[in-house]
Ligand binder design. Structure first.
Ligand code: FPP
Length: 247
C-alpha cells in the first residue's frame, strides 16, 4: 500500500461494514410518557431508514444488534412483544429487502428463538440468498462470548474427529468457526443513547472497529445521524496497531 503521510488511513473512504448497537428505545418512550414497547415500535422506522440509506450508499454490510443473549432477562411481556415485532418486521420488510437487492442473514443462537421468528428468518434468508447488494445481518439471541465459546467447541470437535491439527489453529482458522465465517470485520461500530459500553457485541470481529457514540436514542437515529457517524469515521486514522502515517 502506498504511504500517504497527510491523509488519515480511513482516507475519506466509506466503511465497508457498519455494525450498530441500537440503544435507548425505552428512554425515548419514557420521555414521551409512552410504554417502552412504543420505543421499540418506533425503532423499526430507524431500522428501515438506516438500512435503506446504507444500501443506497453501497455499504457492503450492515449488522444490527437486535436482541442480545442477555435480553431474555427483561419482563416476559417485553420479550414477547420484541419477538412478535421481529416476526412482523421480517414479513413486512421482505418486499423492500428484495427491491433493494439486500441479502438478509442472522447470527446468534437462532434455534432458541420462537418458532414463528425462526420460520420468517429462514424465509427471508432463503428468498434473498441470491441478492447481490448489501448484506443485512441481524444479531439475535447473540452474545460475543457465547459465539467465541461456540467456535471453540466447534474447533475442539474438528480436532477430536482428527480433521484439524491443534498446531494449525490461527486467528484465521478460528474465524472460520464463528457464526458467519463470511462476515468481514466491522469498520465502524456505532452505539446510540450515549452509552460507552461494548455490551458483548461482535467481540472477536470488532477488535479494530472504530467506535462512534451518538447521544440520540435509537428511534431518533436517522439518516442525518448516520451521515454524522460516517463522516467522523472518514476522518479517523486507522493504524491497526501500527504507527501513525503522519510525519
Ligand atoms: C435497546 O433499547 C434496544 C433493544 C434491546 C432492542 C432493539 C430492537 C429494535 C430496534 C426493534 C426490533 C428490531 C428489529 C430489527 C426488528 P432499550 O430498550 O435497552 O432502551 P433503554 O436502554 O432506553 O431502556
Amino acid at each position: 500500500m502506498k504511504h500517504k503521510p497527510d491523509q488519515p488511513s480511513a482516507n475519506g473512504i466509506l466503511p465497508k461494514h457498519i455494525a450498530i448497537i441500537m440503544d435507548g428505545n425505552g428512554r425515548w418512550a419514557r420521555e414521551r410518557g409512552l410504554r417502552r414497547v412504543k420505543g421499540h415500535e418506533e425503532g423499526i422506522n430507524s431500522v428501515r431508514e438506516v438500512t435503506e440509506t446504507c444500501s443506497a450508499m453501497k455499504i457492503r454490510q450492515l449488522t444490527l444488534y437486535a436482541f442480545s443473549a442477555e435480553n431474555w432477562k427483561r419482563p416476559k411481556t417485553e420479550v414477547f412483544y420484541l419477538m412478535s415485532l421481529l416476526e412482523r418486521y421480517l414479513i413486512h420488510e421482505r418486499p423492500t429487502i428484495m427491491k433493494d437487492n439486500i441479502r438478509f442473514t442472522a447470527i446468534g443462537r437462532l434455534n432458541k428463538l420462537p418458532a414463528g421468528v425462526r420460520r420468517e428468518l429462514k424465509n427471508t434468508s432463503e428468498v434473498s440468498a441470491r441478492n447481490t447488494g448489501m448484506v443485512m445481518c441481524l444479531a439475535l439471541n447473540y452474545g460475543g462470548r457465547t459465539e467465541i465459546a461456540d467456535a471453540a467447541r466447534s474447533l475442539a470437535k474438528a480436532v477430536d474427529a482428527g480433521e484439524l491439527n491443534p498446531s494449525r489453529i490461527t486467528p484465521r482458522v478460528f474465524a472460520k468457526h464463528l457464526y458467519d465465517p463470511q462476515m468481514s470485520d466491522p469498520d465502524l461500530l456505532i452505539r446510540t443513547a450515549g452509552e460507552m459500553r461494548w455490551s458483548n457485541f461482535l467481540l472477536w470481529q470488532a477488535s479494530y472497529a472504530e467506535f462512534f457514540v451518538s447521544n440520540v436514542f435509537w428511534p431518533d437515529f436517522r439518516e442525518p445521524q448516520l451521515m454524522e457517524a460516517i463522516e467522523a469515521y472518514r476522518q479517523r486514522e486507522r493504524r491497526f496497531g501500527g504507527l501513525s502515517r503522519k510525519p
